[in-house]
Design a protein around this ligand. Structure first.
Ligand SMILES: Cc1cc2nc3c(=O)[nH]c(=O)nc-3n(C[C@H](O)[C@H](O)[C@H](O)COP(=O)(O)OP(=O)(O)OC[C@H]3O[C@@H](n4cnc5c(N)ncnc54)[C@H](O)[C@@H]3O)c2cc1C
Length: 226
């Protein structure tokens, strides 16, 4: 939809990967709609995933013992977080929709993306107490996980070798995105692209592009496990 702003937080090392293709078609389709699309290409940016003392510019509020969550909260309020965190926070602040594009690593996000969540979504910026879940600070924004797996769809069923995929979605969708107030859209899961035939992979990419045509009409899903 023309005028909307989209942030794609992308975590894959290889532009020619399947994830790279999904990122590319999302950029193309959303730009075609007149959206302004920003991509945080975490590996290309050499994004720092570690939450350390270096994230706080200037003096700590409580020098000993060091408490990252407290210092990040105080530094956010004083605008003294590290430059790369502030840059990512600005992108999130401006976005109407945030898409996370990544391959599943150990039933979760790759470490570089987990580090983005750890450092960017700090208290004061994304949430507070009170001010989480439905009153999280990103209410009014939408977020969506677009991910690929190594395992097949059958393996990710209740009786499959790995188990119901909803279990790995829960910490990310409910524990991170909904916690920060995002309206969480249905995940886009492309199971086992490495095992699929070329034509089927092309179909997966096309159906993602097709979904994005009507993405602004979608309603939130209930992402708590029930
Ligand atoms: C550390 C680690 C942990 C992991 N943990 C898990 C786990 O817990 N559970 C699990 O299920 N998996 C796991 N995996 C596997 C991982 O999720 C998959 O390898 C990954 O999702 C595959 O996506 P890809 O983009 O890397 O695929 P790629 O290998 O890049 O792509 C697959 C194929 O698609 C082709 N392709 C690219 N673009 C297109 C296009 N436009 N049209 C058609 N074909 C195209 C590529 O050339 C390639 O042949 C793990 C992997 C690692 C490294």
């Amino acid at each position: 939809m023309a005028g909307k702003k989209v942030l794609i937080v992308y975590a894959h090392q290889e532009p020619r990967s399947f994830n790279g293709s999904l990122k590319k078609v999302a950029e193309e389709e959303l730009s075609r709609q007149g959206c302004s699309v920003t991509v945080s290409d975490l590996y290309a940016m050499n994004f720092e995933p570690r939450a350390t003392r270096k994230d706080i510019d200037g003096a700590f509020s409580n020098p000993e013992p060091f408490n990252y969550a407290v210092e990040a909260y105080e530094a956010y309020k004083k605008k003294s977080l590290a430059r790369d965190i502030l840059d990512e926070q600005k992108k999130v602040q401006e976005a109407d929709l945030v898409i996370f594009q990544f391959p599943l690593y150990w039933l979760s996000v790759p470490a570089i993306l987990k580090g983005w969540m750890d450092r960017v979504l700090c208290q004061g910026f994304a949430f507070d107490f009170p001010g989480f879940h439905d009153s999280g600070f990103f209410k009014g924004k939408m977020a969506l996980l677009s991910l690929t797996t190594g395992g097949t769809a059958e393996m990710f069923t209740k009786d499959g070798a790995i188990g119901d995929f909803r279990y790995f979605l829960w910490p990310l969708q409910h524990g991170v995105l909904h916690f920060c107030g995002f309206k969480v859209l249905a995940p886009q899961i492309n199971f086992a692209p490495e095992l699929a035939a070329e034509e089927d992979r092309k179909g997966m990419v096309a159906s993602w592009a097709q979904r994005l045509k009507n993405i602004w009409m979608e309603e939130a899903v209930d992402c708590a496990l029930s």
